[in-house]
Design a protein around this ligand. Structure first.
Ligand SMILES: CC(C)(COP(=O)(O)OP(=O)(O)OC[C@H]1O[C@@H](n2cnc3c(N)ncnc32)[C@H](O)[C@@H]1OP(=O)(O)O)[C@@H](O)C(=O)NCCC(=O)NCCS
Length: 221
């Protein structure tokens, strides 16, 4: 299968790392369509995220609805969505605490695994966290995926004697230190209108900068 022949309804597979390397070999520069990643900013995009997580966690991993959609999707979360040829293919959820970011709910549609989709969306998530000024990230990795998260700089925290278990999986707490970014957003150093730009789109002028051109009339009711 080439990535161009992506079929959302093809049989489910979860390739091993070896299979991943084999699949990548099938992709030439010429037939490689791009996977684009964006921050979710609309109800429509959140529906795409929910669809992916329903397929991956509810259908594949048999996670009950109430546990998968745990009350944190609207409260303080940033979701990233990856698309290929207009189809939603992967998602990841970021939550932000005072001193660290929490990376979770990473899911790639079964037919898109082994092509570097997770790498693309995880690297984008780490970039976004670094831009926001986060130096520490936290994750709870399904035990079999500890080697996967290690590739991105996460290491087991080893602070628990008892296994961490939820939704029928054993998890390993992992954390990662991000290299400090000179240009990270900062309350004192960043332009105030830059701080108002849409999440993750801090390099381009936002709608409120355009509004600033109207000047102040200080309207009140
Ligand atoms: C785990 C998952 C996100 C990987 O997605 P993917 O798109 O196949 O991963 P990629 O193709 O981007 O692989 C990136 C790298 O991770 C490695 N990798 C992929 N799956 C792996 C696995 N199960 N174990 C170890 N390494 C793995 C690949 O070999 C690749 O390494 P390379 O770049 O050196 O070749 C995907 O299988 C998935 O969605 N699984 C179900 C949901 C899930 O369990 N989420 C995680 C909860 S903690």
């Amino acid at each position: 299968m080439s990535m161009c022949e992506y079929d959302a309804f093809a049989p489910v597979e979860d390739p091993s790392p070896r299979e991943t390397v084999r699949r990548r070999g099938q992709i030439s520069e010429a037939n490689q369509p791009t996977v684009s990643v964006r921050v979710v900013r609309s109800a429509e995009d959140l529906m795409r995220v929910v669809a992916i997580r329903a397929v991956v966690f509810m259908a594949e991993q048999k996670c009950p609805y109430e546990e998968e959609f745990d009350g944190n999707d609207y409260a303080g979360s940033t979701h990233l969505l990856a698309e290929m040829s207009g189809e939603p293919v992967a998602t990841i959820r970021l939550r932000f605490f005072a001193g660290f970011g929490h990376v979770g709910r990473l899911a790639v549609m079964p037919q898109m695994r082994g092509f570097g989709t997770a790498r693309t969306i995880v690297e984008e998530a780490l970039r976004l966290c670094a831009e926001k000024g986060y130096g520490s990230l936290y994750a709870q990795a399904q035990k079999r995926l500890v080697p996967f998260w290690r590739q991105f700089g996460f290491e087991p925290m080893d602070r628990r004697a008892a296994p961490l278990v939820w939704s029928d999986h054993e998890y390993v707490e992992m954390c990662c230190q991000l290299a400090p970014r000179v240009a990270a957003l900062d309350m004192k150093a960043s332009d105030p209108l830059v701080l108002l730009r849409p999440e993750g789109a801090w390099a381009a002028p936002g709608i409120l900068e355009l509004s600033a051109a109207r000047g102040a009339t200080n309207p009140v009711g």
